[in-house]
Ligand binder design. Structure first.
Ligand code: AQP
Length: 336
């Protein structure tokens, strides 16, 4: 299968990005053709500092590799280096109903969060995302739960394109069979939506308060501080109950995903022990789990040439596939 996914360099990557997305990318590399990119064009849709963008891109690539992506197995590159993403995005705009974009949850949330900067790119974001996947004729998109709605739109645009331009029965375009497959979203049942440490009713997000996220490269001191002050619920019992105890349930989910133990096993372990002891143990587990990430990050941060080479090769491989798709798309749309 061809697998496609990406993450925006909007800040450092957090444990939600890892547990919801990257963790499933790693095993997928073994038996599939994987395309993983740094979504820098998407990152321009919220306020950002141009002077810091290159560094953020580099840190995202480092996070990919420190977390286990293998440049020998996967195609790793920066989205803006393959201009066909923007080109296909424009073409897909012409078949995307604007109402579909206006109902997107992420658009609504981000327009509230960045009231001063509701730009057209924010609304159009899912169309560029469709281009990101369809350019490589992606068949599956491993993402967190928040992206489910966007992947549905990708499927709907793929279908619309095929019906309009690629079906043998179509009066328009080149016909000649389908162009795009309708990609499936791969969303983990556990880990698909890790919640904020400071407000467990909200998703953990890179662009929120740093105290609400455990970043992959946080120091042991920061991890401990953040977990110890994470919002918990009334009562003392360590019990999984998403409606009555959203804070503790979120921490239990993280604990379970980092240790491989079930939440029931963890509840049993902490019977009669209270939140403080549980959080202390979670902090230790997290510090330990992320230790190899920090080590790898330090090593990679000094290997500028190696990182550049990965991205150069990745962009070259991506471009070959992208140009092939664009040739077909343009022909079918009457542009060549
Ligand atoms: N809290 C989360 N739990 C599980 N998965 C998550 N993802 C994001 N947050 C969580 C998944 O990680 C990938 C990141 O994609 P993105 O950077 O393109 O956009 P996002 O979903 O908007 O991520 P953030 O962290 O919330 O970033 P900002 O604050 O910049 O918007 C996706 O697969 C996403 O589902």
């Amino acid at each position: 299968m061809r697998i496609v996914s990406g993450i925006q360099p909007t800040s450092q990557l957090h444990i939600g990005n890892y547990l919801g997305a990257i963790k499933q990318w790693i095993p997928l590399q073994e038996k599939n053709e994987c395309v993983f990119f740094v979504a820098d064009l998407h990152a321009l849709t919220i306020p950002y500092d141009p002077e810091k963008l290159q560094q953020a891109i580099k840190e995202t690539v480092i996070a990919y590799i420190a977390a286990g992506l293998d440049p020998e197995k996967s195609i790793i590159f920066v989205q803006s280096q393959v201009k066909e993403h923007a080109e296909l995005g424009w073409l897909l705009n012409t078949i995307c109903p604007i109402g579909e974009l206006q109902r997107m949850t992420q658009y609504k949330d981000k327009s509230k969060k960045f009231k001063e900067n509701i730009n057209a790119g924010l609304l159009d974001y899912p169309v560029l995302q469709a281009a990101d996947v369809l350019l490589y004729k992606g068949e599956a998109v491993p993402v967190g739960k928040d992206q489910e709605q966007h992947v549905e739109l990708i499927r709907s645009l793929a279908k619309k394109f095929n019906q309009k331009f690629a079906s043998p029965a179509s009066s328009l375009g080149g016909g000649g069979g389908i162009t795009f497959k309708e990609p499936a979203s791969l969303i983990l049942k556990e880990g698909g939506k890790i919640m904020s440490l400071t407000d467990p009713k909200k998703k953990m997000s890179k662009s929120d308060d740093p105290k609400s996220c455990i970043f992959l490269f946080d120091s042991p001191e920061d991890i401990t501080k953040k977990i110890m002050s994470a919002e918990t619920d009334s009562g003392k019992e360590v019990r999984y109950n998403i409606t009555k105890k959203p804070g503790i349930s979120n921490l239990l989910t993280i604990y379970s995903l980092l240790t491989g133990k079930t939440t029931q096993q963890i509840e049993k372990e902490f019977t009669g022990k209270g939140y403080g002891e549980f959080k202390k143990s979670l902090a230790e587990v997290t510090v330990q789990y992320l230790e190899p990430f920090r080590r790898k990050q330090k090593e990679l941060a000094t290997r500028e040439v190696y990182l550049q080479e990965i991205l150069r090769k990745g962009a070259g491989r991506a471009l070959t596939i992208a140009q092939e798709t664009m040739k077909e798309v343009k022909q079918k749309m009457g542009l060549s």
